[in-house]
Design a binder for this molecule. Structure first.
Ligand code: SF4
Length: 335
């Protein structure tokens, strides 16, 4: 028997984890546009908040820009894709003014929030958007309405400070990737101060955010360490770290990939929780399990709280192109 056998480690592997239907669709849109129109295809902003995905698409011929003005005159006939987070109305208007052919990869669930905000405004309500300042989704949602029609509130303190012109004519929406618990607190504060405030017709926090948070909350108690695979600028991934900490993980951290794991800080662990934000490829989850398997005798214990069947089809303009498993192998693994 090996006297230096690796110590046992149970990995509670959350499900659902990783890619949601909106992220999957956005990546497919860039891949299919490259297949149909050839390189380069321009992409405004990181298509989803994951460097690995962005680098993989760059290798296929995508060029990432922050503003449409960065597209050189010689490439004005190339397609440009808008990211899954959504864009202010001024962006498609700008694309049209420049005669650009654009494919809008805004997640349908973000578009739904845009419509909820517009409906509030149409009904004469000032809109309160619960979200994080500076996040592209927040910029996109605020940009659906004229300047001054939306007020961003991040915390219960913001609610206390807000002075509306007409407290009886308010409506709220939220960013799709917030903490379900924190948002409930802000909504409670809004309802207490403004009893007439109108909610959106349906929940704005999306199914993928809710499901990933539920799975982490369930798996976290008793874990020595909880790792969330995701990027520092990924809102939903950061929320998963907070959920793990609050739900009882001894320590929780965000990692972009296996190379980021601080093995010195890991310490003696017997149970690891593992999940991935909605923009993190499964390939990176596999990589992390493999890295632990080199140091521990790993048993993977699936912690599945829901099964997702959502699938958002791509737009008609590229639906005629076949998407093969090999096209998505750079994120899903295999070929
Ligand atoms: S996290 Fe939710 S809103 Fe964002 S892309 Fe995924 S499904 Fe759409």
């Amino acid at each position: 028997m090996n006297a230096r056998a690796n110590p046992p480690l149970t990995i509670r592997l959350c499900g659902p984890r990783g890619f949601c239907a909106g992220v999957d669709r956005a990546i497919q849109i860039v891949v299919l546009a490259l297949k149909k129109f050839g390189a380069p295809v321009y992409v405004r902003h990181e298509i989803v908040h994951n460097r690995y995905v962005v680098d993989g698409l760059k290798a296929k011929g995508a060029i990432f820009i922050e503003e449409l003005s960065e597209i050189p005159a010689a490439d004005r006939d190339r397609p440009v894709v808008f990211s899954a987070h959504g864009v202010p109305k001024s962006v498609p208007a700008d694309a049209e003014a420049r005669n650009l052919f654009y494919l809008d990869a805004t997640c349908p669930l973000v578009s739904k929030v845009h419509k909820q905000a517009m409906r509030h405004q149409r009904l004469g309500r000032h809109v309160l958007l619960i979200g994080h300042a500076g996040h592209p989704e927040v910029i996109g949602t605020m940009g659906q309405l004229p300047e001054g029609a939306v007020t961003l509130v991040e915390t219960e303190e913001d609610v206390a400070r807000f002075e509306p012109l007409d407290p009886a004519a308010l409506g709220f929406v939220t960013q799709t990737t917030l903490s379900v618990e924190d948002t409930a607190g802000v909504i409670r504060a809004l309802r207490e101060r403004f009893p007439d405030i109108r909610a959106p017709a349906a929940e704005s926090i999306c199914y993928a955010t809710t499901n990933r948070q539920d799975a982490v909350r369930e798996a976290a108690p008793g874990t020595d360490l909880f790792l969330i695979v995701g990027a520092p600028n990924s809102s939903n991934s950061r929320r998963l770290v907070e959920v793990a900490e609050r739900a009882g993980a001894r320590r929780a951290a965000l990692v972009q990939r296996a190379a980021d794991i601080d093995w010195d800080a890991t310490g003696p662990i017997a149970t690891l929780g593992l999940s991935a934000g909605a923009s993190a490829p499964e390939l990176l989850v596999d990589e992390i399990i493999a890295a632990f398997a080199e140091r521990y005798a790993v048993t993977v214990d699936p912690a599945v709280t829901a099964v997702e069947t959502e699938n958002f089809p791509v737009m008609r303009a590229i639906r005629d192109v076949e998407l093969t498993p090999a096209d998505m192998a750079f994120v899903n693994g295999g070929s």
